[in-house]
Design a protein around this ligand. Sequence first.
Ligand code: XUL
Ligand code: CO
Length: 436
Amino acid sequence: MTAPCFEKIGRIPFKGPESDDPLAFRHYEPDRMVLGKRMEDHLRVAVCWWHSFCWPGVDMFGSGTFDRPWQAADTMENAKLKLHAAFEFFEKLGVPFFCFHDADVAPLGETIAEGDANLARIEELIRDGIDRTGVKLLWGTANLFSHRRYMAGGATNPDPEVFAFAAAQVARVLEMTHRLGGENYVLWGGREGYDTLLNTDMKRELDQLGRFMSLVVEHKHRIGFKGTILIEPKPMEPTKHQYDHDAATVHAFLRKYGLENEIKLNLEVNHATLAGHSFEHEVVYAIANDLMGSFDINRGDPQNGWDTDQFPNDDREAALALYHVLSAGGLTTGGFNFDAKVRRQSIDPEDLFIAHIGGMDTLARGLLMAERMILEGKLASHVADRYAGWNEGLGTDILDGRVGLGDLAKLARDQNLKPEPRSGRQEYLENLVNRY
Ligand code: XUL
Ligand code: CO
């Protein structure tokens, strides 16, 4: 039995909104019923392996600031210690899910064979952790961006051998995710993009990426994985331009390669901001096009144009996203993953707990606000009224193709149409949302 890694911290309790204990939940109450479902089952919160246990607190100007014993070197011994710390953290925090990249959980070595051996051993220990704690795998993914072989991309690399290497990594983690009972598999194209168009054949790279995604989907069906394949859009960083720019761009890509019924989206708050959208926009776009899958709930900094991966602390933003998600029927295989890291100065193990507690409380408050928005029904009825004309008469004649452009021109003249504008009532709706 290895000694605990977070010795001074016990199981995080729920103490309610009046509590000022930083190591207690004020709003997140797993068993609280919200619209007929437990809070935990609505939110399906996940902790990510990479930022919470692998990231050492580096930035562009300085090396790691954290003192986590397992980060001293990328060895199997440290991978086991890290795994031990991870499951202790999941259990003490009381989260139902976790997520990982292959490279987070074991050293991958330089060849596929080296990685195979290490991952096989770690998989047994992850299985033990899942069985012992009941914490489940939300999604697995392959790191196709850190090793120098991927500097020009994985699937979009000019060298087909890199494509093959990437395929081997993805097949391996997809199979591992399947065996571990994972509910989704994520593909984030960190380096599937370009640094300069001067050395890039964009048409070729897009076709390679389309082929890669088709191969992943084929393999999913071959092994019988029933979870969801998700693409995570991001417009840039690390590359100047990434092909999975935002939800709409990925949508066009999926349709071009005939994958729109096979792949959904893992939307990240910070990536939406980088693409010049609100998170709410990305959520609503995904829902409108039947692409909603899962969420990475980390945010950016309003003044900085980069991926700061901060924990969410804006109830209003969470409430609006959750309002749309719940109105669309809620999550199925997806969840809310904290792809978030504590700040580089937050060096105490306690900081990692406090960050997640705050994020979970933000989601919980957002959920309770969304519940009120739905129960009162004022927002929904305003929108329904606004479009009521499209449910009958002229509206359905147009939508169902019963009238052509010439018919409409005749009708507008014959009936001497003079449509009266109606207020969009934006301020009323904004004030309404603030009341929740
Ligand atoms: C990077 C990012 C990734 C993906 C998984 O910006 O979000 O961590 O979530 O590869
Ligand atoms: Co992410």
